[in-house]
Design a protein around this ligand. Sequence first.
Ligand SMILES: [Fe+2]
Length: 295
Amino acid sequence: MYVEAVECPVVSFGRRRFILDSDDELAEILKSPADYVLINTARGAVGSALAKGAATEQMRPPLSPEQARSEAAATVARSTKILKAELIGLVTGDPFDLASIKPVVEEITQADDQTSSFFFEVTRLKHKDETTFQHSLAVSILMGKLGDALDLDFETVELLIVAGLLHDIGKLTIATGILQKQGSLTVSERATIKSHPRRGHRILKSHSAIPEEVLEICLHHHESLDGRGYPSRLAGADINQLVRICTVCDVFDALTSIRPYKQGWSAGKALGWMFERNNQFDRKLVLRLGAIIKS
Ligand SMILES: [Fe+2]
C-alpha cells in the first residue's frame, strides 16, 4: 500500500511518503503511538493485515484543483509569514535554533502531492515587499523536491529545504533601493549585490546551530561550473552537488518569477535556457528539475 504520511510524535518513519510492502513495517507502525496513517488508495491497494484490524487509517477525500490551489496558497502564505519573522530575527542578532523554522520545513515536507503540485504556480508571483522571503521559500520547495527526485536520504532533503530558506539571507542587509532598482546598476551597486553570499555566510556562521552544508550553500550558490561565478570563482568538481542543486533552483525561480515590473519566463523557456548553458549549470540537475515541474 502507498503511505502518504504517518503522524507520529515519537517515532520517525523516514520518508513521509513510501510504499509499505512488508508485514514487519506494518507491525512497526501499528506498535507505535502514531495518531493516524494516511493511505493513498489511488496509488496502491490497502493491505489485508491493515484491513483486518487497524483502526489507524484515515482517508482524506481528494481535493478539487481549486481546493488544492487554495490550500497551496494558504500554505505558502503561512510559511512566508513565519520565514519573514525568523529571517529578520536572524539578521538582527536574535538567538536562533533550527526549531524556529521547523514549522516551515514541515509545511513543505508534509504537504500532500495534490497541494504541492500547485506550489510552483503559487510561488511564481512575487510581491514587492516580500520578494526575498517568497523567493527563499520557492527555492526551498524546489530544492526539497529535487533532492527527493534524486533519492537523497530524508535528512539531506531536510537540509536542502533549510538551506533554501536561508540561502539569500545576506540580501536582507542590502538596501531595498538597490535590490529592487529597475534601471542599470552602478559598479558599486553591482558589487554590493554580489556581496550577499558573503554577508549571509557571516550571519549564519555566527549561529552554531547552522549545519556546515547550509553555510556552504549560502556562500557558494552563485558559483558557476566554468569558474566565472562568485564569490570564490569555484569551478567544476569544487562545487558540490548540494550547492549545484541550490544554484539551479535559485536561477529557475528567478527566471520564472512574475514581478510587478516583469512577466516571468515559462518553465520550459527557463529550463531550456539553463540546459543550453551546461558550462554554468549541472545539466543532469536541470533535466531532473524539468521532470519535477512537468509532473
Ligand atoms: Fe542569491
